[in-house]
Design a protein around this ligand. Structure first.
Ligand SMILES: *Cc1c(COP(=O)(O)O)cnc(C)c1O
Ligand SMILES: [Zn+2]
Length: 409
């Protein structure tokens, strides 16, 4: 496996072989996949990628998997020029990267899971699991069904019912834990120490996280091999943001783009914003919080990659911003009404934050700005109750239609 050198501790730099491990045994720092970029550079080209499959596997030369085993349809989602929303926000080159239509489970998690479970199959695991705020559980359950793996997903008991059914339909064991996501995650770390299971976001995390890079790769390719001037993305554990940045840097390292001056902006829900708060207060460490927000998919109070996400915004000269629950719902509606895209609360957070950033002049009018929409609104329908128009009920007669509907037009 020439392209992957192994794993390396992000804190002390100690190197490890590419195994199903995720923490440094010396300093407990997180491990990250290390590549041989010189080797990759010899192999990779824009043309080769463009000839590849219409999925994230077109970037396999820069992913930690030898051969995709599962999740063959993930990625390759639309990048939509957002003319209408751009007009509202005063941005001439605004784009929406739309992972609300990712396959098979309508969130960006299909990217990380297809990579993690392809790796888990390579390692020979027969059981996969995860600690999830909802979308990850949906995706792990679907991909386990594809791969014929035993599946256990752990979620906080108070999740949206659409997200719970979105896992149950694939028939995994769904464990609803009485506690927050952070309680679920701690429990799963204890289980992962005892059982030989592939917990995609625990012991397989270094590989899982690499899947997020494809959100950077695709945007650059879709813009005609050009890095955007700015991106806005939501943060839960902070992994996505960290890896979008890693992906952008890698494209330059392997010679697929010459310039990369992208500013990375992070979006969090006000009711769970430990990373944004650290940024505001100029701290380089995270104070865990207890989540209290409708944006459950990004409600992680003790984010594993929070400090690295802070480093990304610092290094890229980006920023952080938060949105209240009210603003998140307005964000969902604004995107729906202007662009016809229905996102969930995480996407509402991104749009609300994009709007605030635009209003305070974070972007120049003609800069290329990309907003990452990471999940689908049909999974969080209940948050719209009381916030949208009501249906108008009529009898099936022309007269009732005229009386009740036409009079209003
Ligand atoms: C998981 C998730 C995120 C954020 O992921 P992290 O990598 O943990 O920061 C964003 N949006 C949606 C919809 C998600 O499900
Ligand atoms: Zn270490």
């Amino acid at each position: 496996m020439a392209k992957v050198k192994g794993l390396r501790c992000r804190e002390c730099g100690k190197e490890y072989p590419a195994e199903p491990i995720h923490v440094c045994e010396f300093c407990f720092g997180p491990l990250e996949v290390v590549y041989d970029y010189e080797e990759i550079k010899k192999n990779i080209s824009r043309e080769k990628i463009e000839r590849g499959p219409k999925s994230l596997w077109r970037y396999i030369d820069i992913l930690p998997v030898e051969e995709p085993k599962v999740g063959l349809t993930a990625g390759y989602t639309p990048l939509k020029k957002a003319e209408n929303l751009g007009k509202v926000l005063g941005l001439k080159n605004l784009y929406i990267k739309d992972d609300s239509v990712n396959h098979p489970t309508l969130s960006f998690k299909d990217r990380v899971v297809s990579v993690a479970l392809s790796k888990a199959v390579e390692f020979g695991f027969d059981t996969a699991a995860c600690a999830s705020t909802g979308n990850l559980a949906n995706s792990v359950a679907a991909h386990c069904a594809q791969a014929g793996l035993n599946c256990f997903v752990f979620i906080p008991a108070n999740l949206e019912s659409q997200k719970i059914y979105g896992s149950l339909v694939f028939s995994p064991t769904v464990v609803a834990v009485e506690g927050t996501y952070d309680d679920v995650n701690r429990l799963c770390s204890e289980i992962a120490n005892e059982l030989y299971w592939a917990f995609v976001n625990i012991n397989i995390r270094p590989y899982y996280a690499e899947g997020s890079k494809t959100l950077a790769f695709e945007v650059v390719e879709q813009l005609g091999w050009r890095a955007p001037d700015a991106v806005v993305a939501p943060a839960a554990s902070g992994s996505l943001i960290t890896k979008i940045w890693k992906g952008l840097k890698e494209l330059k390292l392997v010679g697929l783009i010459d310039e990369m001056n992208t500013r990375v902006y992070g979006a969090q829900a006000e009711g769970c914003s430990p990373i944004a708060q650290a940024w505001r207060e100029g701290r380089d460490y995270i104070k865990p919080v207890k989540p209290n927000t409708i944006a459950k998919s990004i409600a992680i109070g003790n984010p594993a990659d929070g400090i690295y996400a802070l480093q990304v915004t610092k290094e890229s000269r980006g920023d952080w911003e938060t949105a209240t629950d009210e603003e998140i719902i307005e964000g969902i509606k604004l995107l729906a009404e202007t662009e016809g895209i229905f996102t969930e609360t995480a996407g509402g957070t991104t749009i609300a934050v994009l709007k605030k950033l635009a209003e305070r002049g974070a972007f120049k009018e003609d800069e290329v700005v990309v907003a990452y929409i990471t999940g689908n609104g049909y999974k969080t329908l209940e948050v719209l109750e009381g916030h949208v128009k009501e249906t108008i009920r009529i009898k099936p007669t022309l007269s009732d239609f005229k009386e009740k509907i036409l009079v209003r037009v």
